[in-house]
Design a protein around this ligand. Sequence first.
Ligand code: ADP
Ligand code: ADP
Length: 227
Amino acid sequence: APLVALRGVSKRFGNGTLAVRDVDLDLAAGEFVSLLGPSGCGKSTLLRMIAGLGAPSAGTIAWPGRDEGAAGRGFDLGFVFQDPTLMPWANALANVMLPLTLKKVPRGEAEARAAEMLALVGLAGFERAYPRELSGGMKMRVSIARALVMKPRILLMDEPFAALDEITRHRLNNDLLELWAHERFTAVFVTHSVFESVYLSQRIVVMAARPGRVMADLPVDAPYPRN
Ligand code: ADP
Ligand code: ADP
Protein backbone atom coordinates (compact mmCIF):
# COMPACT_ATOMS: atom_id res chain seq x y z
CA ALA A 1 0.00 0.00 0.00
CA PRO A 2 1.18 3.55 -0.59
CA LEU A 3 2.24 5.49 2.50
CA VAL A 4 -0.10 8.36 1.59
CA ALA A 5 -3.05 8.31 -0.82
CA LEU A 6 -4.75 11.50 -1.98
CA ARG A 7 -8.05 11.14 -3.81
CA GLY A 8 -9.88 14.00 -5.45
CA VAL A 9 -8.23 16.51 -3.14
CA SER A 10 -9.24 20.12 -3.63
CA LYS A 11 -8.76 23.25 -1.54
CA ARG A 12 -10.83 26.37 -1.84
CA PHE A 13 -9.89 29.17 0.53
CA GLY A 14 -12.45 31.37 2.24
CA ASN A 15 -11.80 34.16 -0.26
CA GLY A 16 -12.82 31.90 -3.15
CA THR A 17 -9.33 31.00 -4.41
CA LEU A 18 -9.29 27.42 -5.70
CA ALA A 19 -5.65 26.62 -4.83
CA VAL A 20 -5.71 22.84 -5.39
CA ARG A 21 -8.05 21.05 -7.82
CA ASP A 22 -8.96 17.41 -7.78
CA VAL A 23 -5.54 15.89 -7.07
CA ASP A 24 -5.04 12.11 -7.07
CA LEU A 25 -1.60 11.18 -5.77
CA ASP A 26 0.02 8.15 -4.13
CA LEU A 27 3.31 8.49 -2.28
CA ALA A 28 5.25 5.27 -1.78
CA ALA A 29 7.23 4.66 1.39
CA GLY A 30 10.88 5.61 0.97
CA GLU A 31 10.62 7.51 -2.29
CA PHE A 32 11.96 11.00 -2.96
CA VAL A 33 9.30 13.04 -4.74
CA SER A 34 9.43 16.64 -5.90
CA LEU A 35 6.37 18.82 -6.30
CA LEU A 36 7.46 21.16 -9.08
CA GLY A 37 5.70 24.22 -10.42
CA PRO A 38 5.69 28.01 -10.61
CA SER A 39 4.82 30.27 -7.68
CA GLY A 40 1.15 30.23 -6.83
CA CYS A 41 0.30 26.88 -8.47
CA GLY A 42 -0.74 25.33 -5.15
CA LYS A 43 2.36 23.37 -4.08
CA SER A 44 2.49 24.73 -0.52
CA THR A 45 -1.23 24.31 -0.04
CA LEU A 46 -1.01 20.66 -1.16
CA LEU A 47 2.03 19.99 1.05
CA ARG A 48 0.37 21.61 4.04
CA MET A 49 -2.73 19.46 3.60
CA ILE A 50 -0.56 16.31 3.53
CA ALA A 51 0.92 17.55 6.83
CA GLY A 52 -2.57 18.04 8.26
CA LEU A 53 -2.15 21.83 8.26
CA GLY A 54 -5.47 22.78 6.74
CA ALA A 55 -8.12 20.27 5.70
CA PRO A 56 -9.08 19.68 2.06
CA SER A 57 -12.40 21.25 1.08
CA ALA A 58 -13.08 18.10 -0.97
CA GLY A 59 -11.50 14.68 -1.28
CA THR A 60 -9.56 12.49 1.13
CA ILE A 61 -6.02 12.06 2.38
CA ALA A 62 -5.43 8.55 3.77
CA TRP A 63 -2.37 6.82 5.20
CA PRO A 64 -2.87 3.19 4.17
CA GLY A 65 0.83 2.30 4.53
CA ARG A 66 1.38 3.89 7.91
CA ASP A 67 1.93 0.64 9.81
CA GLU A 68 4.00 -1.17 7.18
CA GLY A 69 7.72 -1.55 7.69
CA ALA A 70 7.71 1.07 10.38
CA ALA A 71 10.05 -0.70 12.81
CA GLY A 72 11.80 1.83 15.01
CA ARG A 73 9.92 4.69 13.43
CA GLY A 74 7.23 6.76 14.97
CA PHE A 75 4.47 8.09 12.83
CA ASP A 76 5.49 11.71 13.23
CA LEU A 77 6.05 13.73 10.15
CA GLY A 78 8.78 16.29 9.79
CA PHE A 79 8.16 19.66 8.14
CA VAL A 80 10.83 22.06 6.91
CA PHE A 81 9.86 25.58 5.88
CA GLN A 82 11.80 28.01 3.70
CA ASP A 83 12.47 30.06 6.84
CA PRO A 84 14.34 27.89 9.39
CA THR A 85 12.16 29.30 12.22
CA LEU A 86 14.63 28.55 15.03
CA MET A 87 14.13 29.79 18.57
CA PRO A 88 16.69 32.66 18.76
CA TRP A 89 17.18 32.35 22.52
CA ALA A 90 18.12 28.66 22.37
CA ASN A 91 21.31 27.09 21.06
CA ALA A 92 21.42 24.59 18.18
CA LEU A 93 21.18 21.58 20.48
CA ALA A 94 18.18 22.97 22.37
CA ASN A 95 16.45 23.83 19.09
CA VAL A 96 16.84 20.26 17.83
CA MET A 97 15.76 18.89 21.23
CA LEU A 98 12.43 20.74 21.12
CA PRO A 99 10.28 17.93 19.62
CA LEU A 100 11.81 15.43 22.07
CA THR A 101 11.21 17.76 25.00
CA LEU A 102 7.58 18.22 23.92
CA LYS A 103 7.21 14.42 23.89
CA LYS A 104 8.72 14.26 27.41
CA VAL A 105 11.77 12.27 26.34
CA PRO A 106 14.19 12.35 29.32
CA ARG A 107 16.74 15.15 29.08
CA GLY A 108 19.85 13.00 28.81
CA GLU A 109 18.43 10.87 26.03
CA ALA A 110 17.04 13.93 24.25
CA GLU A 111 20.47 15.60 24.33
CA ALA A 112 22.16 12.50 22.97
CA ARG A 113 19.64 12.07 20.15
CA ALA A 114 19.74 15.75 19.22
CA ALA A 115 23.56 15.76 19.20
CA GLU A 116 23.57 12.68 16.97
CA MET A 117 21.15 14.36 14.56
CA LEU A 118 23.23 17.55 14.50
CA ALA A 119 26.28 15.45 13.60
CA LEU A 120 24.32 13.77 10.79
CA VAL A 121 23.52 17.16 9.24
CA GLY A 122 27.19 18.18 9.45
CA LEU A 123 27.02 20.37 12.56
CA ALA A 124 29.09 18.38 15.07
CA GLY A 125 30.82 20.95 17.26
CA PHE A 126 28.07 23.57 16.85
CA GLU A 127 25.75 22.26 19.57
CA ARG A 128 26.23 25.36 21.76
CA ALA A 129 26.04 27.91 18.91
CA TYR A 130 23.06 30.27 18.83
CA PRO A 131 21.11 30.88 15.62
CA ARG A 132 22.55 34.41 15.25
CA GLU A 133 26.05 32.88 15.12
CA LEU A 134 25.14 30.49 12.29
CA SER A 135 25.01 31.09 8.52
CA GLY A 136 21.77 30.66 6.58
CA GLY A 137 22.80 27.21 5.41
CA MET A 138 23.73 26.15 8.93
CA LYS A 139 20.41 27.37 10.31
CA MET A 140 18.66 25.30 7.62
CA ARG A 141 20.73 22.29 8.72
CA VAL A 142 19.52 22.81 12.30
CA SER A 143 15.97 23.05 11.02
CA ILE A 144 16.36 19.75 9.11
CA ALA A 145 17.88 18.09 12.18
CA ARG A 146 14.91 19.25 14.27
CA ALA A 147 12.48 17.87 11.66
CA LEU A 148 14.24 14.48 11.61
CA VAL A 149 15.01 14.01 15.30
CA MET A 150 11.77 12.04 15.93
CA LYS A 151 12.71 9.70 13.05
CA PRO A 152 9.55 10.55 11.09
CA ARG A 153 8.28 8.30 8.30
CA ILE A 154 7.98 11.31 6.02
CA LEU A 155 9.80 14.62 5.66
CA LEU A 156 7.85 17.41 3.95
CA MET A 157 9.96 20.32 2.70
CA ASP A 158 8.54 23.58 1.37
CA GLU A 159 11.19 25.27 -0.82
CA PRO A 160 13.71 24.79 1.99
CA PHE A 161 16.77 26.09 0.12
CA ALA A 162 15.17 28.83 -1.98
CA ALA A 163 16.61 31.67 0.12
CA LEU A 164 20.19 30.32 0.13
CA ASP A 165 23.05 31.21 -2.21
CA GLU A 166 23.80 28.77 -5.01
CA ILE A 167 26.86 27.09 -3.48
CA THR A 168 25.25 26.60 -0.08
CA ARG A 169 22.17 25.29 -1.81
CA HIS A 170 24.19 22.78 -3.82
CA ARG A 171 25.93 21.49 -0.69
CA LEU A 172 22.61 21.15 1.09
CA ASN A 173 21.09 19.27 -1.86
CA ASN A 174 23.95 16.76 -1.76
CA ASP A 175 23.78 16.39 1.99
CA LEU A 176 20.01 16.00 1.90
CA LEU A 177 20.39 13.08 -0.54
CA GLU A 178 22.92 11.42 1.74
CA LEU A 179 20.68 11.94 4.73
CA TRP A 180 17.73 10.45 2.85
CA ALA A 181 19.77 7.40 1.81
CA HIS A 182 20.97 7.00 5.40
CA GLU A 183 17.73 7.69 7.31
CA ARG A 184 15.28 6.20 4.76
CA PHE A 185 12.40 8.60 5.27
CA THR A 186 9.93 9.40 2.51
CA ALA A 187 10.87 12.80 1.11
CA VAL A 188 8.46 15.30 -0.45
CA PHE A 189 10.28 18.35 -1.75
CA VAL A 190 8.43 21.44 -3.00
CA THR A 191 10.43 23.52 -5.45
CA HIS A 192 10.07 25.77 -8.48
CA SER A 193 13.54 24.73 -9.67
CA VAL A 194 13.54 22.19 -12.51
CA PHE A 195 17.23 21.57 -11.84
CA GLU A 196 16.64 20.83 -8.17
CA SER A 197 13.73 18.49 -8.86
CA VAL A 198 15.69 16.48 -11.44
CA TYR A 199 18.82 16.42 -9.30
CA LEU A 200 17.12 15.32 -6.10
CA SER A 201 14.15 13.17 -6.84
CA GLN A 202 13.12 9.81 -8.18
CA ARG A 203 9.84 11.25 -9.30
CA ILE A 204 8.58 14.69 -10.23
CA VAL A 205 4.97 15.71 -9.81
CA VAL A 206 4.43 18.79 -11.98
CA MET A 207 1.81 21.34 -10.97
CA ALA A 208 1.28 24.12 -13.47
CA ALA A 209 -0.78 25.84 -16.13
CA ARG A 210 -4.25 25.60 -14.67
CA PRO A 211 -3.44 26.41 -11.04
CA GLY A 212 -3.87 23.63 -8.54
CA ARG A 213 -3.81 20.73 -11.01
CA VAL A 214 -1.26 17.97 -11.36
CA MET A 215 -0.16 18.15 -15.01
CA ALA A 216 2.40 15.33 -15.08
CA ASP A 217 3.89 12.65 -12.87
CA LEU A 218 7.31 11.69 -14.15
CA PRO A 219 9.87 9.09 -13.11
CA VAL A 220 13.45 10.39 -12.99
CA ASP A 221 16.41 8.24 -13.81
CA ALA A 222 19.16 10.22 -12.14
CA PRO A 223 22.72 8.97 -11.75
CA TYR A 224 22.54 8.92 -7.98
CA PRO A 225 22.49 6.14 -5.40
CA ARG A 226 18.90 5.00 -4.93
CA ASN A 227 17.27 2.83 -2.30
P1 ADP B 1 2.78 27.75 -4.30
O1 ADP B 1 3.25 27.06 -3.07
O2 ADP B 1 2.80 26.87 -5.50
O3 ADP B 1 3.50 29.04 -4.54
P2 ADP B 1 0.39 28.24 -2.77
O4 ADP B 1 -0.12 26.90 -2.40
O5 ADP B 1 1.14 29.04 -1.76
O6 ADP B 1 1.23 28.10 -4.12
O7 ADP B 1 -0.83 29.13 -3.27
C1 ADP B 1 -1.75 28.67 -4.25
C2 ADP B 1 -2.79 29.75 -4.45
O8 ADP B 1 -3.59 29.83 -3.28
C3 ADP B 1 -2.22 31.11 -4.68
O9 ADP B 1 -3.10 31.79 -5.56
C4 ADP B 1 -2.24 31.74 -3.29
O10 ADP B 1 -2.31 33.13 -3.37
C5 ADP B 1 -3.52 31.14 -2.72
N1 ADP B 1 -3.48 31.01 -1.25
C6 ADP B 1 -2.55 30.38 -0.51
N2 ADP B 1 -2.83 30.42 0.80
C7 ADP B 1 -4.01 31.11 0.88
C8 ADP B 1 -4.85 31.49 1.96
N3 ADP B 1 -4.55 31.19 3.23
N4 ADP B 1 -5.97 32.17 1.68
C9 ADP B 1 -6.29 32.47 0.40
N5 ADP B 1 -5.55 32.13 -0.68
C10 ADP B 1 -4.42 31.47 -0.44
P1 ADP C 1 5.21 30.68 -0.97
O1 ADP C 1 6.06 31.67 -1.73
O2 ADP C 1 5.98 29.68 -0.21
O3 ADP C 1 4.16 30.07 -1.84
P2 ADP C 1 3.43 32.72 -0.04
O4 ADP C 1 4.18 33.98 0.06
O5 ADP C 1 2.58 32.45 -1.23
O6 ADP C 1 4.45 31.51 0.15
O7 ADP C 1 2.52 32.51 1.24
C1 ADP C 1 2.98 32.80 2.54
C2 ADP C 1 1.85 32.60 3.53
O8 ADP C 1 0.74 33.45 3.19
C3 ADP C 1 1.28 31.19 3.54
O9 ADP C 1 0.93 30.84 4.86
C4 ADP C 1 0.05 31.26 2.67
O10 ADP C 1 -0.91 30.30 3.07
C5 ADP C 1 -0.42 32.67 2.93
N1 ADP C 1 -1.05 33.24 1.72
C6 ADP C 1 -0.57 33.21 0.47
N2 ADP C 1 -1.41 33.80 -0.40
C7 ADP C 1 -2.45 34.25 0.35
C8 ADP C 1 -3.63 34.95 0.07
N3 ADP C 1 -3.94 35.30 -1.18
N4 ADP C 1 -4.46 35.26 1.09
C9 ADP C 1 -4.17 34.90 2.33
N5 ADP C 1 -3.06 34.21 2.68
C10 ADP C 1 -2.21 33.90 1.71
